[in-house]
Design a protein. Structure first.
Length: 139
């Protein structure tokens, strides 16, 4: 924001500035705005809003509803985990489900999230072609 403030101040003070300098200041302001917008979008994308709204278990169920062409069953217990763990598990499930859709030719997928003895396990299994499709992550 400081960059934009100084660019605006320079643009406003261009009393005797050349057309080229004025055009460059205007362009620099536009680029600064674009950069700020992209940074905000990237920050928002780091933590899926669905995790804030629904939590991990319901977030996984919501993710499953977005997958087309494959029946996705989610069996997940609801509990809060550290933010970085929830994000990682959600992104792992997201990538695994996309891989199932793209490569496995599966009819069904099961997403299972469990916590026992201080360990959280995310298991994703499908009935697709090729190697047995079991992906899991544990923390």
């Amino acid at each position: 924001m400081s960059l934009r403030f100084h660019l605006d101040a320079a643009a406003d003070a261009r009393v005797d500035a050349s057309e080229f300098a004025t055009a460059q200041l205007v362009h620099a302001c536009e680029l600064a705005d674009l950069t700020f917008d992209e940074a905000r979008a990237a920050i928002n994308d780091l933590r899926p809003p669905v995790l804030d709204d629904l939590g991990l278990a319901d977030g996984l169920a919501s993710l499953a509803r977005t997958i087309t062409g494959v029946e996705v069953t989610v069996d997940a217990d609801e509990y809060r985990l550290p933010e970085h763990v929830e994000i990682a598990l959600y992104r792992i499930a997201q990538e695994a489900l996309q891989n199932v859709v793209k490569h496995a030719r599966a009819a069904s997928v099961r997403v299972r999230l469990r916590r026992a003895d201080g360990v959280v396990t995310l298991r994703i299994a499908d009935d697709g072609r090729g190697h047995p499709r079991r992906r899991s992550a544990a923390w």
